[in-house]
Design a protein around this ligand. Structure first.
Ligand code: S6P
Ligand code: ZN
Length: 186
């Protein structure tokens, strides 16, 4: 029996497919108007149409120490006046917790930074595993023309600190350039 309260967890398997991933946990949907403040500019057409920018399908795991949360994120393709669609990004509230991403479809960048001012951008896509160490904030950017889909797993008690990123932003923004992608200092 699978219990989100975690009382009687037993080994289990969940399937996913391209249409309708059901991981039996929370389904988080972020639309443009929910997150438009994270982009450098706004786009009136996107405000009117309010598309889904990304969605997350979580496993039925209780957020407590000892458990591992797993999930799939689908980050749709597009730009806001040239700035690629991206996730809000966060530190983990319990900062000493790492995370692993496995790319399934599409192509993206994981922007990572620390409170000490270090910054790295690493690629994610099929056949790539990204390791995000403890203390590194992370934001995903879709730099392809198809949905970017990745699997992630992290300590379930980690929590998400979005406020620090909202206040400080990430060091760099990623725009579509004439010959590829452009890193723009924020
Ligand atoms: C969770 C993990 C991802 C993100 C997801 C959405 O620790 O890093 O599953 O939650 O990609 O990003 P965000 O920044 O809105 O949580
Ligand atoms: Zn995370």
């Amino acid at each position: 029996m699978i219990s989100k309260e975690g009382k009687d967890m037993k080994p289990f398997v969940v399937n996913f497919s391209d249409i309708g991933i059901d991981f039996k946990g929370n389904h988080i949907v972020r639309k443009y108007n929910d997150i438009k403040h994270i982009f450098k500019t706004t786009d009136p057409t996107l405000e009117r149409e309010n598309p889904v920018i990304y969605e997350v399908f979580e496993g039925p795991i209780q957020e407590k120490e000892g458990e591992l949360m797993f999930l799939i994120t689908i980050l749709y393709p597009g730009t806001v006046n040239g700035e690629f669609f991206m996730t809000k990004g966060h530190y983990h509230t319990v900062e000493n917790t790492a995370e692993v991403y496995l790319g399934l479809r599409g192509k993206g960048l994981i922007l990572c930074q620390t409170k000490k001012g270090e910054f790295e951008a690493v690629e994610i896509g099929p056949n790539k595993v990204v390791y995000i160490p403890p203390f590194w904030a992370h934001r995903t950017v879709n730099i392809s023309d198809e949905p970017l889909i990745f699997f992630a797993v992290y300590p379930a008690h980690a929590g998400h600190d979005y406020e620090t990123v909202e206040k400080e932003g990430f060091k760099k923004r990623i725009f579509r350039g004439d010959n590829g992608i452009l890193f723009v200092e924020q």
